[in-house]
Design a protein around this ligand. Structure first.
Ligand code: ADP
Length: 578
């Protein structure tokens, strides 16, 4: 037992505790990796969001430029090189779209023809006439199929630190008429973008493909200054990711994403200390959760061992008490067998002298009847009654002990139901008439297979009980029924009944439950014996009783009917015979 427990402890240690500890270490390592990956992907997500906002602004500018380039007024003005007319068109649109820094109209050769600027109303600033044909917003627009986003450039007027232009070519069929460029102030756009990705110690940087700062949220990166940024080519080509590098004298965590459609890149610059602190915080929170899970597993394992210990102790105790029970059960059975054998032999020995006593009493009674006094005759009668009672008792005890030691043999045979019941019914009528009790009987025709002597003994007992416990003027009925192969016999009386609280004692040995309510004599063994005889036949006996109203005892003998005689018909032979 102890060895088994130790073995289980070892199994639990090796099978649960060790994996749990291993799992703990693994979870912690995974958590560390996961935290780093998670925080990098969080930053890339922030950067993508910022970049998308930027792209939306650029796209709107592109749509504005395309709209202007498609207008016939604009085309006419360009064709006629009418600076005033073009300027009026651009200024009118500009006035309605104050988010743009300016709208420039170039002629086919790249010369500035007209300019719409904000906050100046419809006043058209005279075109400078300067040659912009070397600017990328001119060359780019000619080469691109749709809107072209320029790099950052320094404006001619010092109103803004830097500008970008979104430009489209104006064409008449295949003829180039000019270029419309909508310019934006990156500093303004980035303000909105910064809000989306704000975090302490963080800077957002937008650069063009040459590393020129288009806009930034930090004064440390001046517009149009040039930066050496890691992964710039990749980012402009569409890649995103995170890396760490020294920048402007300090170590920075750089997260980059492309600004699609502009050949720009957006960088988020974080302080490594802040990133580390965030990661550390996340990691320690995850680690606490993981440690708690591991701890709980260990606790569970310990509880399991304790529980198993208790369980196996209980099992041992149970096994011991079961063994004791088995032993005492065997002893009890042995003692019961001895008792039955003793009763059987004692009863047997008593029967002979009892019969002698009864025989000689009758003889003396007969011979002395003429001369005996009244008192002597009463004595004879008392002796005879006492001897009868004693003989009944002895016979019942003998029968019971035979049933209990299995020494009773049923002598079953096919018997006509009427023949079976006849002596019982005759006895009922006679004894009923003696006591002023009406006796009725009812039974169908049929043949049953059973031990007629033993079943009669049961029915005698039921009828005699019914008559004993029914006062004069009452009624007793015996009713037999056959349903299929089942026989049932009910004995109903209108007698004193059995009090509810005594009903479960009725089939016990030497139980006389109505002694206080009736002067009827008895041994208290009849029903105990009847029950056993019926059970030997594979049947059952039951009763219902209402105090002072009467009782019905019913014997059920399933499968004993061999044939039934339907009214006016011949015997119907049951298919199975015994
Ligand atoms: P007994 O020899 O005393 O009749 P039984 O075993 O036949 O012994 O019956 C046990 C007891 O059950 C009886 O003493 C009686 O109190 C009660 N009993 C049996 N049959 C009836 C009945 N028909 N009406 C009332 N009481 C009954």
């Amino acid at each position: 037992m102890r060895g088994r427990r130790l073995l289980l402890l070892a199994v639990i240690l090796v099978g649960v505790v060790a994996p749990a500890a291993g799992l703990g270490a693994f979870v912690r390592a995974t958590v560390a990796l996961d935290v780093a990956a998670r925080s990098a992907s969080d930053r890339v997500h922030d950067a993508s969001l910022a970049s998308q906002l930027l792209e939306t602004d650029l796209m709107q500018a592109g749509e504005s430029a395309q709209y202007l380039a498609s207008r016939s007024q604009v085309k006419d003005a360009l064709r006629a090189a009418d600076a005033t007319k073009l300027g009026a068109e651009l200024a009118a649109y500009e006035a309605a779209s104050p988010q743009y820094a300016a709208i420039i109209g170039l002629d086919a050769g790249g010369r500035e023809l007209a300019l719409g600027v904000p906050n100046v109303g419809a006043i058209v600033r005279g075109a400078s006439g300067d040659d912009r044909s070397s600017r990328d917003y001119y060359t780019g627009a000619l080469a691109a199929a749709g809107p072209f986003v320029s790099g950052a450039y320094e404006p001619t007027t010092p109103l803004n630190p830097s500008l970008v232009a979104v430009s489209v070519a104006v064409r008449d069929g295949t003829d180039l008429l000019g270029v419309i460029a909508v310019t934006l102030t990156p500093a303004e756009i980035i303000d909105e973008v910064a809000k989306a990705a704000a975090q302490s110690g963080r800077a957002i940087l937008v650069v063009d493909r040459s590393g020129h700062v288009v806009a930034s949220t930090s004064d440390a990166y001046a517009p149009l200054s040039t930066l050496e940024l890691p992964s710039l080519t990749d980012a402009v080509a569409g890649a995103s990711g995170s890396t760490q590098a020294p920048l402007q004298g300090g170590e920075r965590v750089l997260t980059y994403v492309p600004v699609t459609g502009a050949k720009w890149a957006l960088y988020i610059l974080d302080d490594p200390q802040v990133v580390l602190a965030v990661e550390h915080d996340l990691q320690s929170r995850l680690s606490i959760a993981a440690s708690m899970a591991v701890g709980a597993t260990l606790l569970l394992a310990v509880a399991l061992v304790a529980l198993y210990g208790r369980l196996s102790r209980r099992t041992d105790e149970l096994a011991r008490s079961q063994a004791a029970l088995v032993a005492s059960n065997a002893e009890l059975q042995e003692a019961n067998r001895h008792k039955s054998e003793f009763l059987s032999s004692v009863s047997h020995e008593l029967r002979t002298p009892m019969n002698a006593i009864i025989g000689f009493t009758d003889l003396l009674d007969e011979q002395l009847r003429a001369t005996a006094t009244e008192r002597q005759r009463r004595y004879f009668k008392n002796i005879r009654e006492a001897a009868d009672h004693l003989l009944d008792l002895i016979n019942d005890v003998l029968d019971l002990s035979r049933v209990e030691t299995g020494r009773i043999d049923l002598r079953s045979e096919d018997v006509d139901l009427e023949q079976l019941l006849e002596p019982v019914v005759a006895y009922g009528r006679r004894a009923g008439a003696d006591r002023g009790i009406a006796f009725g009987s009812q039974a169908p025709d049929g043949v049953v297979h059973l031990d007629p002597v033993r079943i009669r003994q049961v029915l005698y007992n039921l009828v005699s009980n019914a008559l004993k416990f029914t006062p004069e003027g009452g009624r007793v009925d015996l009713e037999a029924r056959i349903a299929g192969r089942d026989l049932s016999v009910a004995v109903r009386d209108t007698g004193i009944g059995i009090p509810a609280e005594r009903r479960d004692r009725v089939f016990g040995m030497f139980e006389r439950v109505n002694e206080d309510r009736s002067r009827a004599k008895g041994t208290g063994l009849g029903l105990a014996l009847s029950k056993r005889i019926v059970e030997l036949h594979g049947g059952s006996i039951a009763f219902i009783s209402v105090e002072d109203k009467g009782s019905t005892f019913e014997v059920q003998l399933p499968g004993v009917a061999v044939s039934t005689m339907p009214e006016g018909g011949t015997a119907e032979v049951a298919s199975a015979s015994r």
